[in-house]
Design a protein around this ligand. Structure first.
Ligand code: SAM
Length: 439
């Protein structure tokens, strides 16, 4: 029997947040590694909520620390630093009552091995509570700490979407419960919503995306009814539009060129019995596609390879449908991936743009005449979206953009842009590019 003391939830969250915000690691990876040390599902859920909120609020509450500390914290005290940010996050964003937030955060300092710093943690949080009105005014005077987004991204948002930037910022900071994709090959949405209701889970069907259901609160999705049987998956409604827009009929020869973790590939197969090749560059990520297909009882031809090098993996038979869900800035999904704001740099963009261009150019010859390539990103930056698609169409005489008209978003260049929060959706861009000629 283990004699180890139970892990302190806030200390686990602080260590995780330090790795993400100070160590540059991905939130999902860190949570997958750190949460298992908490045995109770409620503790894991709370630690996860703390880390998500801490990453979302880092640029605000981290900016408060120099106003509260008598001297800067040593760089060696990363977890303690993150614990202070989490203390402010609990007080201001999570509505934890002040006495509980302060007492538990002070106690977590001991659990982190910094018992000697408990007085400092207590003093910082109590000073915040005493001076919060003036300190909030100071934080609001700075655009980064006001909006919780980095300067480069604010500049890009106001340049690309001057009229919508404030709404994008507010949606990017919202806490959103998961949206599910009901596996319509196995169950109707109405029946699945009934199963959710019978399990006491409140859920709302999306108004015009036929497979989407949004839960009213976050929960451990593996406990959802029918999860093990593959009756549903977690996927934002905007991402569920990919399979609808690709619209591959049964028997179509389709390629998902950037497939991991496989959400869109699985959805394509749930909708129609296509012959799908799912390609992915990263071996560990390809394993996630395999796991998702297995859970949903679906089959695809899985290949590991670089989509820009078809000679190494393509069998030479033209595709009628190609999905290119390209690597991108992920600026449309900040509400679900709050760490992106901390890790993405303006200097990443030129390489992403070049990669998207190279993928489009390399995949186009694989498409049969009359076939459709759906270009998708979860970005809101026009350079990755409308401008990228427009440049492609201009450079390829045999390419034409097919119209898209959806109840949310707007036409932008040759494609369609949904901004985060519109009809409750993530930000996504789609362009349907048809190759002239007949199949
Ligand atoms: C936006 S994600 C795809 C998400 C996926 N379509 C889904 O719905 O689950 C982009 C994926 O492309 C992969 N990727 C990046 N460059 C690639 C390349 N040259 N060839 C194949 N896959 C690539 C990345 O590893 C990443 O898994």
């Amino acid at each position: 029997m283990s004699t180890a003391a139970p892990a302190d939830t806030r200390a686990v969250a602080a260590r995780a947040l330090a790795e993400i915000a100070l160590g540059g690691r991905s939130l999902r990876e860190v949570l997958a590694q750190q949460l298992p040390q908490l045995s109770a599902p409620r503790e894991r859920a709370f630690a996860s909520a703390l880390v998500f909120a801490g990453a979302r609020g880092w640029l605000r509450w981290n900016a408060a620390l120099p106003l509260l500390l008598q001297k800067p914290l040593s760089r060696r005290l990363g977890a303690l630093h993150a614990l202070l940010v989490l203390g402010l996050t609990q007080l201001e964003d999570l509505g934890v009552p002040a006495h509980a937030a302060v007492a538990a955060t002070v106690e977590a300092a001991r659990a982190l091995g910094h018992g000697a710093q408990r007085g400092m943690v207590n003093a910082v949080l109590r000073r915040w509570l005493r001076e919060r009105t003036a300190l909030l005014t100071q934080l609001d005077a700075d655009s980064v700490s006001r909006t919780r987004l980095p300067t480069w991204l604010l500049q890009a948002l106001y340049a690309d979407w001057p009229a919508q930037a404030d709404a994008i910022i507010s949606a990017s900071n919202a806490e959103v419960p998961p949206t599910l994709r009901v596996n319509l090959a196995r169950v109707t949405r109405a029946d699945y919503v009934q199963r959710l209701a019978a399990a006491g889970i409140d859920a709302r069907p999306h108004a015009w995306i036929d497979s989407a259901v949004t839960l009213s609160a976050s929960l451990d999705v593996t406990r959802l009814p029918g999860w093990g049987e593959g009756l549903c998956a977690v996927q934002d409604g905007a991402a569920q539009l990919a399979a609808l827009l690709l619209d591959a009929p049964p028997g179509a020869r389709a390629l998902d060129a950037c497939a991991a973790p496989g959400g869109k590939a699985c959805h394509i197969l749930e909708r129609s019995a296509v012959q799908l090749t799912a390609l992915e560059l990263a071996p560990a990520r390809l394993a996630r596609v395999r796991d998702n297909l297995a859970r949903l009882h679906l089959h695809a031809d899985l290949r590991m390879g670089d989509a820009t090098q078809p000679a190494l993996w393509w069998d030479g038979v033209a595709c009628t449908h190609i999905l290119l869900d390209a690597p991108c800035s992920a600026t449309g999904v900040l509400r679900r991936q709050p760490d992106v704001r901390l890790h993405r740099r303006a200097s990443d963009l030129p390489a992403l743009l070049a990669q998207q261009r190279a993928l489009l150019d390399a995949l186009w010859p694989l498409l049969a005449p009359g076939g459709t390539l759906l270009y998708a990103t979860c970005s809101v930056l026009r350079s990755e979206n409308a401008a990228q698609a427009a440049a492609f169409v201009a450079a390829h005489a045999d390419a034409e953009a097919l119209p898209i008209a959806l109840p949310a978003g707007r036409a932008d260049g040759p494609g369609w842009q949904i901004l985060p929060g519109e009809d409750g959706l993530d930000g996504m861009f789609y362009a349907r590019l048809r190759k002239r000629g007949r199949c």
